[in-house]
Write a protein of this length. Sequence first.
Length: 161
Amino acid sequence: MTNKGRLTFFCGKMGAGKSTLARRLADQPNSFLLSEDQLLAALYPDSIHSLEDYIRLSRRLKSVLRSQVVSLLRMGVNVVMDFPGNTRTQRAWFREVIDEVGCPHELIFLDRPDSVCIEQLSQRRELEPERATFDTEANFHAITAYFQVPEENEGFKVTIH
């Protein structure tokens, strides 16, 4: 039997640095990065105008990717998913994949103060002007209202950054 790949995913508010860390971790040998932002932008350009749009399209994307993620993990590929695990519901999807494959995993929680996240969002708007309409302080606060810190009873191996 071959070794299973490791599933790495993230929890952190908008602007906490999840994507930056994901890219760095995926630069390791035998690692594959999946970025929700990149995939949603490529598959559904100009389709996300509200939180409801994001939730609907994110669910659709994960339903399509699930079998591929499972296959990669079973083949021994380390999968770094730059997809948020910011609510219990979002993390439940990762739990299902982990349980199906029986693979090692790591939930990286980027625990940053709101002020740092808002400043990093401001910098990101300058570097990526196409995100300026969504990466606003108002959206930060609206989305952060749903944020749930991972709890021990969810059963994840959590690393806090």
